[in-house]
Ligand binder design. Structure first.
Ligand SMILES: Cc1cc2nc3c(=O)[nH]c(=O)nc-3n(C[C@H](O)[C@H](O)[C@H](O)COP(=O)(O)OP(=O)(O)OC[C@H]3O[C@@H](n4cnc5c(N)ncnc54)[C@H](O)[C@@H]3O)c2cc1C
Length: 283
């Protein structure tokens, strides 16, 4: 089985496939596995987990499904795949326990509004732990992880994808799969959009980020970040008090970007990259 992309989803697929007897090849275009997973905060939001039970938190998949719908603006929510989401929610505790079975440790559950109960489980010490653990486990099960191997084309036979062509250290090489090809990098299509938003240097985001930054601890749970202290009216942004365009949202867009940016900087020690094409975007 060929897996394209050695981030969290690719490596988890590799572990599972190899442990079920498949002969696995992971092709990763970077010099080492990790992807966005390796630079993320590493929080894992799940319901009905062992940690929740231990903390006396009573939770239900249906409640989690209702709460998730409150995170995004209605027009985004309307585009989501609700069936797929329910599938994830039904399996997220099982997947967390599967990761714990490999030795990964999680702090929590911590509150994460608008979730009605604590559901945030943070991997410790940091998100790279997902990568090192999954990588080691995949290799132990016989999986091969090839880096500097950028997949450029899918090879098809009739309607089936039967292989890939990868640029391996500058040489185009064809790999054929008897069982299948798993694309574990599709979400990257949106990554540049996300990073561009993170990098937007506008003043609206900048002052909020400056106000929030001192309140992000280097370890442990992250409190609800506030840009303008005070009691804010309902239907206003919980962080700054500005009116919200969508009453179901908890934070305004500049506060959301500011919170994401400072968490990214303080917890991961990473500078936010500047989008290369800013100002040259096509209309
Ligand atoms: C700053 C930040 C913080 C985040 N924090 C959280 C969080 O706390 N909790 C949470 O749930 N989510 C978080 N996310 C989102 C989460 O990190 C991603 O949704 C998740 O890591 C995606 O995993 P993935 O395996 O799909 O992609 P990735 O981990 O990005 O893996 C994709 C891999 O595919 C490789 N690849 C791409 N193209 C090719 C190609 N052509 N050939 C070969 N390889 C290729 C890439 O190099 C990469 O290694 C965060 C994201 C960011 C940016």
């Amino acid at each position: 089985m060929i897996i394209v992309g050695g981030g969290g989803s690719g490596l988890a697929t590799a572990v599972s496939a190899a442990e079920h007897g498949a002969s696995v090849l992971v092709l990763e275009k970077q010099p080492e596995p990790g992807g966005t997973t390796g630079m993320s905060i590493g929080s894992y939001t799940a319901c009905c987990t062992r940690q929740q039970a231990k903390a006396g938190v009573v939770d239900r998949v249906n409640d989690h499904a209702e709460d998730i719908a409150k995170f995004a603006a209605p027009e985004v929510e309307a585009r989501d795949n609700h069936e797929l989401r329910r599938f994830f929610l039904r399996h997220n505790a099982e997947t967390l326990h599967w990761l714990m079975g490999m030795g990964l440790r999680f702090y929590g559950p911590s509150p994460e509004p608008p979730n009605r109960v604590p559901r945030m489980h943070n991997v410790v010490p940091r998100s790279k732990a997902y990568i090192t653990t999954l990588q080691a486990r995949a290799r132990r099960a016989g999986g091969v992880i090839l880096c500097n191997a950028s997949v450029t084309e899918l090879v098809t036979t009739g309607l089936r994808v039967t292989g890939v062509i990868a640029n391996v250290n500058g040489v185009a090489t064809e790999y054929t799969a008897r069982r299948g090809v798993a694309l574990a990098h599709q979400l990257l299509r949106r990554k540049h959009e996300v990073l561009a938003s993170l990098a937007a240097g506008d003043a609206d985001v900048a002052w909020r980020a400056a106000a929030m930054r001192p309140h992000v601890p280097r370890t442990g749970p992250i409190p609800f970040l506030v840009a303008r202290p005070g009691v804010h009216p309902s239907h206003a942004c919980g962080s700054c008090g500005d009116p919200l365009p969508h009453p179901t949202r908890l934070r305004c867009r500049p506060c959301s970007l500011a919170a994401w940016r400072v968490i990214h900087q303080v917890r991961e020690g990473l500078a936010v990259p500047v989008p290369p094409s800013r100002g040259r975007q096509s209309t």
